[in-house]
Design a protein around this ligand. Sequence first.
Ligand code: ATP
Ligand code: MN
Length: 430
Amino acid sequence: MKYTYIENIADFVDKEVEIRGWVYNKRSSGKIQFLMVRDGTGIIQGVATEKDTEPESFSLMDNLDQESSVIVRGRVREDKRAPIGYELSIGSLEVVGESKDYPITPKSHGVDFLLQNRHIWIRSSKQWAILRIRAEVVKAVEDYLWERGFMRFDAPIFTPSACEGTTTLFEVDYFGEPAYLSQSGQLYCEATASAFGRVYCFGPAFRAEKSKTRRHLTEFWQVEPEIAYAHLDDSIELASGMIEYLIERVLINRKRELEVLERNISLLEGIKSPFPRIRYKDAVKKVNELGESMNFGEDFGAPQETVIGKNYDSPVVVTHFPREIKAFYMRKEPGNEELTLSFDILAPEGYGEIVGGGEREFEAEKLKREIKERGLGEDAFKWYIDLRKYGSVPHAGFGLGIERTVAWLCGITHIRQTIPFPRTLGRAYP
Ligand code: ATP
Ligand code: MN
């Protein structure tokens, strides 16, 4: 008898296999018992009858609870009506660990209750599907970049300074001196880009987001590519190609999971880069035309991003944001010091920003002026300014937020379900 995972069950039609898993659900109909068993790779329906099932195992089934761990042995049968196309005719069954009073039952629960029980909520099929899609996205991002010659390096988490604004910094006591949890690895990417050409970092970012939104976590994951000798358009092209590739990979490798989520995949299927582009100033006009108000110089909030995004059935690239609403390191548009060579990519269906990037200031004097005008304190950025003294070149990159991308691909409303253990305002448990 062969031990196998449910995902490989198709290789064992009409053969005896052993499945090691947990009871997902159970029902009986007269003398037949149906047992849904999950093993982390999928769920299979097991069928037990007095005829095919060992009597002792058959009677054990009366007392099986949801999430008891079980080893099930039996014959695989093809069944077109089953969700995965196969069923298991149960020969015998062994209980490994019982599960009394499992708190998450098939009835619906409030989201606070579910978040409090996140350590077991992740076993539920929708959560399972979302996190499997996340894993695919993470792998696909790396494949995409490696195929294009990018090298991964890991940026530090303890950092001496803010790079994305001081209002969302988490300060920690670093042996009596203040240090900050990284908001982004970008500045370090710039250093490694000059050492290795094309690089990316991939890691957690920490931001003390003090408002409750569907799009903000205090701990989230970002992939941040950076290219030496590159301009705004190069980084838009790389980001757009990446998004197109992520969709493709999820549609191919995570079809079953998208079905579990009842995702309308026709909204993803047609998406191809290059994506439509619009300048910030035109986007502001459009926002006002579409009935949300905003002035030039203001950043898009969720409602503004939503109305713009809803106007397109693919992601849209917004470029040339004003200086005051972008980070200090953004390079200015030649001949217009008030605008930056920056871009955001907004996902369709109202999902809002998933990518932010642009060209970096590579001239030392301009960068120093910006740091000074913003009152950022040159000391912490000395090393960063150094990069502009030793063989500085135009360079560009972006950051793609994993959770927002996954939320969009999955078609779910809140990003807290796209990370195994979400950290939000007011929640750092479990
Ligand atoms: P927003 O204006 O929506 O807060 P941002 O402009 O602060 O986003 P960037 O600094 O450009 O975002 O970060 C790059 C990407 O990281 C964003 O496009 C988004 O996908 C993701 N991101 C930023 N902040 C968060 C957060 N708090 N939670 C989850 N993802 C985030
Ligand atoms: Mn932000």
